[in-house]
Design a protein around this ligand. Structure first.
Ligand SMILES: O=c1ccn([C@@H]2O[C@H](COP(=O)(O)OP(=O)(O)O[C@H]3O[C@@H](CO)[C@H](O)[C@H]3O)[C@@H](O)[C@H]2O)c(=O)[nH]1
Ligand SMILES: [Mn+2]
Length: 353
């Protein structure tokens, strides 16, 4: 049961570190060509992008970012976080984002996986965070609620975020990848499940989709480790952003799903080279998780923006004294909310695409 999606309800957002997107766009053409595509160039990428014909797309670079948000806070969109500018200027209901080094996967029968269609199905079918269904997604073809599942909960809640997975290179951290350099993920688990309420998860930005108005302000490009560079492993921006989104969804009664769709992930980073810097992030996460597990948002926080402001204030107060990176993250979260209100919301200036 999936609502029919109109072409003008979806933006595909891509962060581009490389200028030649020919292979990437041609491989994704069957899934992308009916929708508008937003490509945000890494602010340091000066070359013109090479993109094949046949797409309805807009490309943004550093000048556009500075013009829309002002050069004083354009740092929010540096490096890995450049795609968040696409989240900000989009005006579509749903956003889907994949890394530019990922391609469509094939399922065990050899069929191409339409990751866009699966994300949309995840987002347009209810989520069930308050009672776990042992047949996983009850709205999937051939599935249903199992005996004992309360009928009062079978209506579910809106699914605001869909977290897809990866074949070939799973999203492992540098220590794991360094230890298991030859490990490749060939496990295609044919399931979508709702992440239970009050359970945190490591949300990867590699293959993600969300309902823009429902959780856009909570996808905060806030955590930047010192010396974040161009190669892999030096940022945890998506993990931080995912923790913020999940506690906001739990508070507002929204759902988060994980599982299908898979995409085929390659990678260019060198985990050994980045091991030391990423280790900083891995260590910080151990401090961060108990904090997010302890956050309780006030009843008066009824919008995503209000929730993020509450989280940012708690980060500043409770994590800020531990490490300057958290004080910076708290400020970035507040800047992001202000930007969302001035640029991101549908009623704001027409910087939208
Ligand atoms: O400086 C940069 C770095 C990256 N990008 C664009 O961001 C995505 C992801 O980049 P990449 O594939 O090089 O790195 P991954 O480690 O695989 O990315 C995942 O891990 C998280 C960070 O570690 C990140 O949130 C995930 O996406 C690509 O589209 C690059 O083009 C960039 O623009 N500038
Ligand atoms: Mn990658």
């Amino acid at each position: 049961m999936s609502l029919a999606i109109k072409d003008d309800e979806v933006d595909i957002v891509i962060g581009a570190l490389r200028s030649d997107l020919t292979i990437f766009m041609n491989e994704w053409r069957p899934m992308f060509s009916r929708f508008h595509v937003i490509i945000v160039k890494d602010p340091d990428l000066k070359e013109e992008l090479k993109i094949p014909e046949g797409f309805n797309l807009d490309v943004y670079g550093k000048p556009d970012i500075d013009q829309v948000v002002g050069s004083s806070i354009s740092i929010l969109f540096s490096g890995y976080s450049c795609r968040y500018f696409g989240y900000l200027v989009s005006r579509k209901k749903y956003i889907i984002s994949v890394d530019d080094d990922c391609l469509p996967a094939r399922d065990p029968k050899g069929f191409l996986v339409d990751a866009v269609a699966q994300h949309i199905s995840n987002l347009t079918n209810p989520a069930t965070p308050f009672f776990f269904n042992t047949l996983y997604d009850p709205y999937a073809e051939g599935a249903d609620f199992v005996r004992g599942y309360p009928f009062s909960l079978r209506g579910g809640v809106k699914c605001a975020l869909s977290c897809g997975l990866w074949l070939n290179l799973a999203d492992h951290d540098a220590p794991t990848q360094a230890l298991k350099a030859r490990q490749r993920n060939s496990r295609y688990v044919d399931a979508v499940m709702t992440v239970p309420a009050r359970s945190l998860i490591p949300i990867s930005g590699i293959n993600i989709a969300f309902e823009r108005e429902a959780v856009g302000p909570a996808l905060v490009p806030a955590l930047k480790l010192a010396g974040e560079g161009k190669c892999r492993w030096e940022t945890m921006e998506d993990i931080w952003s995912g923790l913020c989104v999940k506690i906001v969804c739990d508070h507002l009664g929204l759902g988060v799903k994980t599982g299908l769709p898979y995409i085929w992930r390659t990678d260019r980073g060198d985990p050994i080279a980045s091991l030391k810097k990423e280790w900083e992030g891995v260590k910080l996460m151990e401090e961060v998780i108990p904090f997010f597990q302890s956050v309780r948002l006030p009843r008066e926080a009824t919008t995503v923006e209000e929730c993020i402001i509450e989280v940012a204030n708690a980060v500043k107060e409770r994590l800020g004294p531990m490490d300057p990176v958290f004080a910076r993250a708290a400020k970035a979260m507040l800047d992001w909310v202000k930007l969302w209100q001035s640029v991101g919301s549908s009623s704001s200036r027409s910087s939208a695409v």
